[in-house]
Write a protein that binds this ligand. Structure first.
Ligand SMILES: *Cc1c(COP(=O)(O)O)cnc(C)c1O
Length: 461
């Protein structure tokens, strides 16, 4: 397979994208209050806002759609999904949901407790929101290397710091910790993977104290591929052998199917605990739909049953991970500072090192998002001072996060490496002229600080 380095698919259907002028894009930016979420998708040339729900489905998935059994109860499509999930997770029970966040909601209801800690590497926003509503204390214990954007030699920057976990147990007593949630891969610090050793050790420590372990598995296949290629002892194992071992260390898993499920909508709640399943089913009936469809159409279940298998295909995964690496390498060649090593689902540019003259209170990564759209019609997203900023509850003063990045998320099977070249060339030019750029001012934010990035309005300084 030496010469076979191109995308492992051919294109059967295309979707036109529009080329636009800089003057048009400047006008649209102004109308959008310089917020990428408010730009119309039809005015975007390459859309890297998110990898969520943006995958291209295969011909097998499209043909499976036609087999969708829309029966309210006992749909044939559910049993196909059940088989596929059991195969990938190695766990017996599932409850489909309409999205990952609905599975998060059910999980939070069953595992988070008021006044008790929920330990994670870095909790995903939707779990954090649910936990906070329930009064649980969500703490992020990713290893220190996970917060350092420039440590290319670290293979597993999504790992949980066992020392911190032990310390919290020692200081508060194990009964004050209601759950440990391992997010694979760790989205918030660059799609960084978690090693099998870390999953095993976290699970062993939790077991000693009877603390349940949950895996947030949106990018389970990407994580498995990193284990296969970076962790001693896994080179000869198949992706599914690795995914099954990962889940052997947890009681329950949640998943946003919009990522490695290769579909445009859907979520999963998977467990080995029958009691937990029954409680999850009750919550699903109230909030999602009957237990065999969980807020999805039969055709969605079909597409997911096939998509989960395709997401675990090693030839696909090799292309997927190498595409992010390709973009990362092109950017590094041009001197653009990124989180290293590149993670699974995109490339994260370090806003502070890119624009060292723009202070964090003037949103350097958001400025970069605006510049990239203005120059090339490429839409990325800020994960920094705006998205993760918070306010001191007493003084109302802004608190800025450790992480200050622009995420370029790569959709699955959608763009070719020529598109990656466009992004790298545009960012290279902006980097050359970086001193010309000034910061931004936040002129509108909604009442909920943790959600302000979706609706914020900015002005250029
Ligand atoms: C996307 C995501 C979710 C939420 O899933 P939705 O399908 O968007 O509701 C939860 N956890 C992680 C790690 C995710 O990436």
């Amino acid at each position: 397979m030496d010469f076979m380095t191109a995308e492992p698919f051919r294109i059967k259907m295309v979707e036109r994208v529009k080329k636009t002028t800089k003057a048009e894009r400047q006008q649209w930016l102004k109308e959008a209050g310089y917020n990428a979420f408010k730009i119309k998708a039809e005015n975007v040339y390459i859309d890297c806002l998110t990898d969520s729900g943006t995958s291209a489905m295969s011909s097998e998935q499209w043909s499976a759609l036609m087999l969708g059994d829309e029966s309210y109860a006992g749909s044939k499509s559910f049993f196909k999904l059940e088989k596929s999930v059991q195969d990938v997770f190695g766990m017996p029970y599932l409850q489909p949901t309409h999205q990952g966040r609905a599975a998060d909601y059910i999980m939070a209801k069953l595992y988070a407790e008021e006044g008790k800690y929920a330990i994670g590497n870095m909790h995903f926003d939707t779990f954090r929101g649910n936990a906070e509503i329930l009064g649980a204390l969500a703490v992020d214990y990713v290893v220190d290397a996970g917060k350092d954007t420039a440590s290319p030699a670290q293979p597993f920057k999504g790992n949980i710091d066992l020392g911190k976990m032990q310390q919290l147990i020692d200081e508060n007593g194990a009964e004050q910790i209601s759950v440990v949630i391992i997010t694979i891969t760790c989205n918030n610090n660059g799609g960084q993977p978690v090693s099998m050793q870390n999953i095993r050790e976290v699970s062993e420590l939790a077991k000693q104290y009877d603390i349940p372990v949950v895996i947030d598995a949106a990018r389970l296949a990407e994580n498995a591929y990193f284990i296969k290629t970076r962790e001693e002892g896994y080179q000869d194992k198949s992706i599914k052998e690795i995914t099954r071992e990962m889940f052997s260390y947890c009681e329950t898993a949640t998943m946003s199917s919009k990522k490695d499920g290769m579909v445009n909508i859907g979520g999963l709640f998977v467990t080995r605990n029958k009691d937990i399943l029954e409680k999850a089913q009750q919550l699903a009936i109230v909030h999602e739909g009957f237990i065999t469809y969980g807020g999805l159409a039969g055709r969605d279940l079909e597409a997911l049953a096939v998509g989960l298998q395709e997401g675990c295909d090693e030839q696909y995964l090799e292309y997927r991970i190498k595409q992010a690496e390709y973009l990362g390498d092109r950017l590094l060649e041009k001197g653009v500072p990124i989180i290293e090593p590149t993670g699974g689902h995109g490339v994260y540019v370090d806003g502070r090192r890119f624009f060292p003259h723009i202070p964090q209170c003037e949103f350097p990564s958001q400025r970069l998002v605006v510049a990239l759209y203005e120059e090339a019609g490429v839409r990325a997203v800020e994960i920094g001072a705006c998205a993760f900023g918070s306010k001191d509850p007493e003084t109302g003063e802004d608190i800025f996060p450790d992480i200050e990045t622009m995420r370029i998320a790569i959709s699955r099977r959608v763009y070719t490496n020529s598109h990656m070249d466009v992004i790298a060339n545009a960012l290279g030019e902006i980097y050359k002229n970086r001193e010309q750029y000034k910061g931004m001012k936040l002129v509108y934010e909604g009442s909920v600080t943790s959600l302000r990035h979706f609706t914020a309005g900015f002005e250029l300084l």
